[in-house]
Design a protein around this ligand. Sequence first.
Ligand SMILES: NC(=O)c1ccc[n+]([C@@H]2O[C@H](COP(=O)([O-])OP(=O)(O)OC[C@H]3O[C@@H](n4cnc5c(N)ncnc54)[C@H](OP(=O)(O)O)[C@@H]3O)[C@@H](O)[C@H]2O)c1
Length: 238
Amino acid sequence: MSTDRVKRVCVIGASGKLGQYMVRLALERGYEVVGVCRERSVPKLAAFKDRITVVPGPTDDPEVIRRAVDGCDGVLTVLVPWGVRQYASGTAQAVLDHARPGARLVFSCGWHITRDGKDTYSRMFTLGVRIAAVVGKLVRAVEIDDQVEACRRVFDSGTRWTVVRGSTLEEGDSQGLPVWSAHVGDPVLASDRTRRVDFALFMVEALTDDTLVREAPAIVGRLTPSALAHADGTRDHA
Ligand SMILES: NC(=O)c1ccc[n+]([C@@H]2O[C@H](COP(=O)([O-])OP(=O)(O)OC[C@H]3O[C@@H](n4cnc5c(N)ncnc54)[C@H](OP(=O)(O)O)[C@@H]3O)[C@@H](O)[C@H]2O)c1
């Protein structure tokens, strides 16, 4: 662990559920926090008024991101595939282009992202992702392919990245730091449930965990049945 390097952190997509959890956790750790969110979503950050700096704007706007990440040691990015205008890849690219060299960059996505093709998915999961990709694009609401492209750019970058791959999310009290595996298909992940607050916890902890640099951990709640049954044999960094 290297905790001393991180002082100022940018949360991109700060107004969403995951983003707000990350803002709270980052403040609890004593980090100075800059949040980026769409202009109309700024009121969602009212609870943090006076404690964080908000840079309003689209997260794929290079100028917005350049201003927001200035001087930040860590950047926590919520990568979302909404719309059909390359929002996820635009957001990732802006972060890759403007974060300071050496900054810790942590991105969120789902299990459907694969880094090395060694993940194994159930037929149901693969079918679900395909349907979401096709229908999402047809109704111009979701662009799964672009989230894949965003992550490809992150994987190919020379930055100090971590791509955290979340299972199905649920609300609820924290169960502690999720356990993780390098590959979907590992029995430890079978329960496919993570508390959203714990997804945020994993992202924030990753800022200071150098063992996660250039890793794409797939996470699951640490108190889920599969984690309790199999955690010993996995790369559990809790
Ligand atoms: N939901 C799940 O079960 C699940 C499962 C696995 C992985 N994940 C991953 O977890 C992360 C967070 O997902 P979440 O479901 O929990 O979402 P979330 O935290 O509620 O965040 C949604 C984000 O998307 C933004 N957004 C919503 N509609 C938008 C639009 N039309 N254009 C641009 N931005 C828009 C929101 O900004 P505003 O506040 O401005 O609306 C917010 O920043 C994502 O990386 C996702 O891939 C989610």
